[in-house]
Design a protein around this ligand. Structure first.
Ligand code: DHB
Length: 310
């Protein structure tokens, strides 16, 4: 069984989509609801709808993809209405509402609106959107993360998690964990894309995407080692009450197995979900089931976080 638990909520499958990919419209989200995924997360919302950056703004690569979408989304009201209607239809299902204000004031106003609404599911606060020209991402400014969470938990009482960018220095793992451990977070989701990479075509001597002179976030197979390091690095440092949602480089059931070994309670799949659609969740579930059967594991708790070191 691939059941998992986060913040006292049970999910029948530990796999779901990652924010951003195939989750912008009502139709996208309904397709995930009708699949084998254990939950869905909505495209990161801003207070008002946004068209995003000019195209081409995403390019598939042999080992993943590069994107600089610029937060195209239908606005918070749209997603909040969707998740509340879904909650009325399926009161036992917990899902994830992603928000990504481009300022602290926007995040606070969206969270006030959610706090005052009937929504009882999870909110994934995106501190790591790298693709809005002129806006720094909060996740690399530890003091700003502290200020943000301090102001949020002044009034916000519903289950909240944060989506983090990848960190590349062990001291940074210590520093972000020290801040996050001060707050009653339900989960952290790690990693967002590896930001501001550059893909170029030597034939045409041009960049792969249009926004920001070609700079964009990398997802897919090539980010797996960075993702595993971040899942593991945070699992070793965060309060056990903060669950880890692992994202990055998942293409197979074996990749899911590795994320869980590093400490993930749930995993999200972005790039490969974009390529494969919801059949992905059937395939990965079967692949993970087969690995667990071979190893004699009956539940993901039998191996979660139990990575061996020398
Ligand atoms: C976008 C990209 C991200 O990595 C993110 O976290 C939010 C938004 C985007 O470009 O739309």
């Amino acid at each position: 069984t691939l059941t998992t638990t986060i913040g006292g909520r049970t999910f029948e499958n530990c796999m779901m989509n990652a924010a951003g990919v195939r989750c912008q419209s009502d139709e996208d989200l309904t397709t995930i609801i009708n699949s084998n995924a254990g939950a869905y997360v909505t495209k990161s919302a801003t207070p008002q709808q946004r068209a995003g950056n000019p195209s081409p703004r995403m390019k598939t690569l042999p080992k993943g993809c590069i994107n600089s979408m610029g937060l195209p989304n239908n606005g918070l009201d749209y997603y909040l209405n969707f998740v509340i209607a879904d909650q009325q239809q399926r009161p036992d299902a917990t899902n994830f509402l992603s928000i990504a204000g481009t300022s602290l004031a926007d995040n606070l106003s969206m969270l006030h609106q959610i706090q005052d609404s009937a929504y009882e599911g999870f909110v994934e606060l995106n501190l790591s959107c790298p693709n809005v020209p002129g806006h720094p991402q909060t996740g690399y400014d530890f003091e700003q993360v502290d200020t943000t969470l301090n102001q949020i938990f002044d009034f916000y009482t519903k289950p909240l998690g944060v989506k983090l960018p990848p960190y590349f220095d062990l001291v940074h793992f210590d520093q972000i964990a020290e801040v996050l451990n001060k707050y009653p977070l339900t989960f952290v989701t790690t990693i967002n894309s590896i930001g501001n990479a550059l893909v170029i075509d030597p034939q045409t001597e041009r960049v792969a995407i249009k926004p920001k002179g070609g700079f964009g976030g990398i997802g897919g197979a090539s980010v797996k080692p960075t993702a595993l390091a971040n899942v593991r690095g945070l699992a070793l440092r965060l309060n056990p009450s903060i669950a880890i949602v692992g994202v990055g480089g998942i293409l197979s059931g074996e990749d899911v197995f590795e994320h869980i070994l590093c400490g993930a309670s749930m995993v999200q799949i972005g790039t490969q979900f974009g390529y494969e659609g919801v059949n992905l969740f059937d395939r990965l579930s079967k692949e993970l089931d087969d690995i667990m059967a071979l190893k004699g594991y009956h539940s993901i708790e039998d191996f979660r976080g139990k990575l061996k070191t020398f």
